[in-house]
Design a protein around this ligand. Structure first.
Ligand SMILES: [Zn+2]
Length: 309
């Protein structure tokens, strides 16, 4: 498998937001609390050793039927086996809800991995997931998966993470408000995009604190988390190479030095490009701000931005 270092996430990119906004308008039924109607649902989970664990659960009769299976109990252990989820599933963790696509493969300790990354992101960025006032939940799960996950509460105090199947090991994860779209390949130990999980979770963390700060700051914060969490976990940060070596992708350092304000505006407003200057410039800007003004600078920026909601 190859890794495309230019393949960045699509968080907050205009085409996605427009598409989500357009589709949301046609699909407006809100998710509500509820459980499945009196039915027995079976989900089987297969480990790498083909050991099949069938889970059978009868749930209470309520107004809304949840088609996806609650697989929370399966993840209470810390198995490191690779797991394959045959059907749609979900688990409600302490600080996130994880939704599974059909036929996804991932490590058995996925729950622990996500918890660890959330903690690391908080530590690196100096802000907490406990802030809930400005959480904006969307209905994109319904846009993409219809009624499969309908009835699962849209908890304000949790982030919502979809683990989708990546057919070709090339899908690009993204974040929209309090929801994150990840792909099972992001957790594949043989595929180097796991660092993107740090990046996307950092977006959801930052966006809990104020409205969008612009592409430069938001992507800069995402890459900053990506780089520093990778260091804390002692894992490689392949994508960061392009943000540290400007010559590799033609980042015009001279232009930034000559006109920093102009470039800040241009990169905030610009479309996606191969060079991705908003990521590079943003990473450098956030690194500078953290070093110059202290590790609480993102918290202070967010607190001030929240006054202008
Ligand atoms: Zn991003």
């Amino acid at each position: 498998m190859t890794h495309n270092v230019n393949g960045k996430d699509m968080v907050l990119s205009l085409p996605w937001i427009l598409m989500i906004a357009m589709l949301a308008g046609c699909n407006g039924s809100a998710l509500e609390n509820g459980e499945a109607r009196g039915q027995t649902i079976v989900t089987s989970i297969e480990t790498e050793e083909s050991q099949e664990l069938a889970m059978v659960e009868t749930v209470q009769d309520e107004a809304i039927k949840i088609k996806a299976q609650d697989v929370s109990s399966f993840f209470d252990g810390a198995s490191k086996d690779q797991v394959r989820m045959e059907d749609y599933g979900y688990l409600v963790g302490e600080r996130y809800v994880l939704y599974f696509d059909k036929d996804t493969s991932f490590p058995g300790d996925l729950k622990r991995q996500i918890e660890e990354i959330m903690l690391m992101d908080e530590q690196v960025l100096g802000i907490s997931f406990s802030v809930t006032d400005l959480v904006e939940n969307k209905n994109w799960l319904e846009v993409y998966y219809g009624d499969v996950f309908r009835g699962i509460p849209k908890y304000q105090d949790k982030i919502h993470v979809m683990l989708a199947k990546d057919e070709n090991d090339g899908a690009i994860p993204w974040t929209d408000g309090n929801e994150i779209m990840l792909f099972d390949s992001d957790f594949d130990p043989d595929y180097s995009s796991r660092e993107m999980v740090y990046h996307e979770i950092a977006h959801a963390l930052r966006l809990r604190h104020s409205l969008f700060l612009g592409k430069v700051l938001e992507e800069g914060i995402g890459v900053y988390a990506q780089y520093h969490v990778a260091q804390l976990l002692d894992t490689p940060c392949w994508c960061c190479i392009q943000f540290l070596q400007s010559s590799a992708v033609g980042f015009d350092e001279a232009a930034v030095v000559a006109d920093p304000e102009g470039k800040f505006r241009e990169y905030n407003l610009g479309g996606r490009s191969k060079e991705q200057p908003e990521y590079q410039y943003g990473f450098r800007l956030i690194t500078f701000l953290m070093e110059e003004y202290g590790n609480d600078v993102i918290q202070r920026l967010s607190t001030n931005a929240a006054k202008y909601q």
